[in-house]
Design a protein around this ligand. Sequence first.
Ligand code: NAD
Length: 360
Amino acid sequence: MPKIISTGYTVFIENNIAAEINSFLKSANGNYSGIFILVDENSLRYCYPRLVEQIDYFKDAELIEIESGEESKSIEVCAHIWSTLSEFGADRRSLFVNLGGGVISDLGGFIASTFKRGINYINIPTTLLAQVDASIGGKTGIDLNHLKNEVGVFSTPSAVFIDPAFLQTLDKRQLLSGYAEVIKHALIADQPSWKKLSRTKPGLSSLSGEMIASSVEIKNRVVRQDPDEEGIRKVLNFGHTIGHAIESYSLRLNPSNPLLHGEAIAAGMVCESYLSHKACGLQESELEEITGYLLKTFKKVPLKNMDKKELTALMKHDKKNEKGGINFSLLSAIGRCEINNVIKTEVIAEALDYYVQKVL
Ligand code: NAD
């Protein structure tokens, strides 16, 4: 399977990833003074044993375990891990390893990038969402006051190691959450992949290493053109302006059992496809095609019960916004995305209503 070259690091995609990790650590030739592996209870249980069995360098590593879930992307958990690193005597030549889903790579990447002004880190993503999206592209961060990714830095890993076999223990709901990003990548940049995906029932059996690689390639292509999100990288936010607002809302309302990232993004993509039709030239037939597929594939989000004013206020926090307007990345057609569409709040409200009508 391919090695994908990103902005100063390589993404390895392999069925037995331990061999690649071993040779990466060997080539560092003792340059690392210590290895610290961040896990949650699930990556510890399902992924760590397979790796430690085959990677000698991991046998002496210190394990740092946090509780799974979005609530761990907090400043309190950061402070706890920074302190743990200090207690263990981590120094600037330490290597930090993020073994887990997007929560681990967002949080761990932020911790590594700030501890002693930055130490090297690698990502070993173990959910579909982290493999095709969160572990690639160098966005790291935590939530603050229920606002998603409010604090963070751009900082790239030294390498990313993807093993599709890790997905075998992932539950169906989590797998689908990752599918939302696979679908987004197709919608913004790859019409043939959309055609293929929209005809397939999503699940472990329909998911191949090639499909993961092609999704990673789309994200990587965009990130390489614009690593700091000054322009074209904003296409990756299709579905996310409304999606993140829904996710933040759900996190505030139900912190211990919020909607999953992909579930919120799928609803966001329905709403933003509506905006794409209204403001960016997406044809009605394509709007129907996208909406039909997303609604039959993903859990229905109780948007009807969400306060529109609060959702719009949350959208105003989106990092793409400038000068008070709400800025969207929208589809002009399936496979083509345009950035910097400023949309009025009345039209955003219509898009939320569109979703509510469709799920009735
Ligand atoms: P997650 O990290 O919470 O993982 C989901 C669940 O799967 C957790 O319970 C976890 O313990 C479990 N898990 C992980 N690997 C497993 C395995 N192999 N087998 C069984 N269970 C396993 O969530 P996620 O969906 O991976 O990531 C969501 C996060 O990613 C959000 O915080 C989102 O904001 C972030 N994200 C970041 C970017 C980025 O560019 N930085 C992009 C997209 C999403």
